[in-house]
Write a protein that binds this ligand. Structure first.
Ligand SMILES: [Zn+2]
Length: 91
């Protein structure tokens, strides 16, 4: 009767792949957290350049991979850098 409720076989390869992905996600957390940075320097233009688009817009958390705290800090650093004319204003 319940022939269409086929029980799925446990796939070892798929399980290993899932485990691998979980590990990968753990490694790729916020880059500032990995460096254990307490503050983001507004004069550090190399790291600020990585957080903006070609137009100078700030990247979203999803794209930059920052955690909430470091996203806030990076926004403050970027604004400070803009006031000091180190980074461009966009729009
Ligand atoms: Zn972080």
């Amino acid at each position: 009767m319940a022939f269409f409720f086929k029980k799925k076989k446990f796939d070892k390869a798929k399980a290993a792949e899932r485990k691998k992905r979980a590990k990968l996600r753990e490694v790729t957390k916020c880059r500032f957290c990995r460096e254990k940075a307490d503050e983001i320097d507004y004069k550090d233009l190399v790291s600020l350049q990585r957080l903006v688009t070609g137009q100078g817009k700030h990247l979203s958390r999803k794209r930059s991979g920052n955690c909430a705290r470091h996203q806030r800090l990076s926004m403050a650093a970027l604004k400070h850098a803009r006031y000091m004319a180190l980074m461009p204003f966009c729009g």
